[in-house]
Design a protein around this ligand. Structure first.
Ligand code: DLL
Length: 441
C-alpha cells in the first residue's frame, strides 16, 4: 500500500467499547428475553426446548445457554418458508434467502427494528475499517436475495458515504465506473477483487489511475497472503468482514484498522465455539465451530445456530478500544471440509501454501477424484505468464516443490498442476474452490 493509512474512528462507542461486565449483563438480559419470545411465539422452538427438557425459567446466567438446543440449517429448512418467524408477516419489511446448494434455501425476515440493527452493525465495521462520509463506495456484491449488496448498501449510506450500487458482473464496466466515478472504497468478495485487478491490468488501467483507498471484503474465506495481493494490486487497505444470512447477513463481525481479528457485535450476537463432533464447548483460543445466538432480532431470532464455520475467538482487548471478542479468519467449514484418505483438508490451508510461492496466482481449484478405492487430490493453480512460458523442466520442479510443501502441511500427497493464467473459472460472487468428483455414496 502506498496511499495513506486510513484514520480510525468508532461508530457506536457506547456499545462497541462497553465495559465487559456491563456487556455480559446486557447479554444475559437479552438472552432471557429471546428465549421467552421463542417459547411463546414459535411452536417449532417450544417443541425443541421441550425435547431437551428446558424452559425459559431455566435460563438465569449466560452459561445456561448450554442447556438450550442447537439450531441448524436443516431446522430452518423444515420451517420453510415462515415457520421460524416470531412475528406476523405484516411486521416483516424485508425478506432475503441464503443460496441453498442443496434443497430449499433458508428464508430470513427483518422487521423495521431488525433493519435498523443490521444497518448499524454494518456501519460499525465500515467505520472500523476506515470509511467516512467523504467516501465514494463501489458495491460490487449482487443485490438480491443474497444479503451482501443490500446489507453493505444500507450500512454505507448510514455512515453518509456516497454509495454506488453497481451490483455484480460486467467486470470491464466495473473498472470504468471505478475510474470515472472516483470511487474510494470497494466492496466485494476477495476473489472478485483479485479478478477485477486482473481485468484492470488487461485494460491498461493502473492502480494510480483509481482513487481507491480502502476495501471491505467478505462472504468467503481468504488468507493473509490473499490480503497482501489485493492490497498491492489495487493499492488499498483491505479489511475482512463476516456474516451469514441466518444470523443477519454481513455485520456480524468485522476488522478494525489493526487487521487482527474481526470484532463481533456481541451486544447483538452471542458467540460460542464447539467441537463439531461432540457439540461440547472447546477452548475458544484453540478453535472450533462457531455458534451464534441472536440477542435482539425480532423477525427470526435464532438460538445456538451452528454456522459450520471454523475459527478461534480472541478474548484479549484490541488496541483500537473495542471491547468485544474478536474472531479469527475462518479457516474452513466443518461441513465442506474435505476428507481425503482420512485427512481433513481446508481449501484455505492449501491457499496459504500456494500463494507463499513466487509466480503463483490467487486462482486455484482443488479437484478430488477416486481411482479404484483411493481418493486423489489434485491442486490446480495458475502461474503468471512469465513463469508459464518458462521451460517445462522448471515448471515441473515448481510442481514437485509445491507437492512437498503441501505434503508437509497436510500429511497427504496431492498432485499439483500449474496451469496457464485465466484458465480457472472466475466467479463474480463466491469462488468455487472445490470440485469433488467422487461418486456419492
Ligand atoms: O455471505 C453474508 C456476507 C455478505 C458476509 C457480504 C460478508 C459480506 P451467506 O451467503 O449466508 O451470507 O453465507 C454465509 O459465508 O457461513 C461463511 O461460511 C462464509 N463467509 C461469510 N463471510 C466470510 C468471511 C454472507 N469474511 C457463509 N470469511 C458463512 C470467511 C465467510 N467466510
Amino acid at each position: 500500500m502506498t496511499k495513506e493509512r486510513p484514520q480510525s474512528a468508532i461508530w457506536d462507542s457506547e456499545h462497541e467499547c462497553m465495559h465487559i461486565l456491563a456487556l455480559r449483563e446486557l447479554q444475559i438480559e437479552r438472552l432471557k428475553k429471546v428465549v421467552k419470545t421463542l417459547w411463546n411465539k414459535v411452536p417449532y422452538y417450544r417443541q425443541k426446548m421441550k425435547v431437551v427438557g428446558v424452559t425459559p425459567s431455566d435460563i438465569k446466567k449466560l452459561e445456561d445457554i448450554q442447556k438450550l438446543p442447537f439450531t441448524t440449517k436443516d431446522d430452518l429448512r423444515l420451517c420453510f418458508p415462515y415457520e421460524a418467524f416470531a412475528v406476523p408477516l405484516d411486521k416483516v419489511i424485508r425478506i432475503h434467502a441464503s443460496s441453498g446448494t442443496t434443497g430449499k434455501p433458508t428464508v430470513v425476515g427483518y422487521t423495521r427494528k431488525d433493519m435498523e440493527t443490521w444497518t448499524n452493525v454494518v456501519a460499525r465495521f465500515l467505520v472500523a475499517g476506515g470509511l467516512t462520509s467523504k467516501d465514494i463506495v463501489h458495491i460490487a456484491f449482487s443485490y438480491g436475495l443474497f444479503t451482501g449488496g443490500f446489507g453493505l448498501h444500507y450500512g454505507a449510506e448510514r455512515v453518509g458515504a456516497s454509495v454506488i450500487p453497481v451490483g455484480a458482473g460486467r467486470s470491464e464496466r466495473q473498472i470504468s465506473i471505478l475510474k470515472d466515478f472516483g470511487s474510494t472504497a470497494l466492496v466485494c468478495t476477495p476473489s472478485y477483487a483479485i479478478y477485477l485487478a486482473e481485468i484492470m491490468q488487461g485494460m491498461g488501467v493502473k492502480p494510480d489511475d483509481l482513487k481507491l483507498r480502502i476495501g471491505f471484503f467478505g462472504a468467503e474465506s481468504w488468507s493473509q497472503r490473499m490480503r497482501q495481493e489485493i492490497e498491492s494490486k489495487l493499492d488499498l487497505f483491505a479489511t475482512d468482514n463476516y456474516g451469514l444470512s441466518e444470523v443477519i447477513g454481513p455485520g456480524v463481525s468485522g476488522e478494525c484498522l489493526y487487521q487482527n481479528g474481526m470484532h463481533i457485535s456481541e451486544d447483538h450476537f452471542y458467540p460460542e465455539l464447539i467441537d463439531p463432533d461432540t457439540c461440547q464447548p472447546v477452548d475458544p483460543t484453540k478453535g472450533g465451530e462457531l455458534v451464534f445466538t441472536t440477542l435482539t432480532k425480532e423477525a427470526i431470532p435464532l438460538i445456538r445456530y451452528r454456522t459450520r464455520d471454523i475459527c478461534t475467538l480472541m478474548p484479549e482487548p484490541c488496541p483500537c478500544g473495542r471491547t468485544s471478542r474478536r474472531m479469527s479468519k475462518i479457516s474452513g467449514r466443518s461441513d465442506d471440509m474435505l476428507i481425503i484418505r482420512g485427512v481433513n483438508v481446508f481449501p484455505s490451508q492449501v491457499e496459504e501454501v500456494l500463494l507463499e510461492v513466487k509466480g503463483t496466482l490467487p486462482h486455484y481449484q482443488l479437484v478430488v477424484h477416486r481411482e479404484g478405492v483411493l481418493d486423489r487430490l489434485e491442486v490446480r493453480v495458475e502461474v503468471s505468464e512469465e513463469y508459464f512460458s518458462d521451460e517445462m523442466k522448471k515448471l515441473h520442479e515448481m510442481e514437485r516443490m509445491l507437492e512437498r510443501k503441501l505434503e508437509n502441511l497436510l500429511g497427504l500427497r496431492a498432485g499439483v498442476k500449474l496451469v496457464e493464467p485465466k484458465t480457472i473459472e472466475r466467479s463474480e460472487g463466491k469462488a468455487k474452490r472445490v470440485l469433488d468428483m467422487r461418486p456419492k455414496e
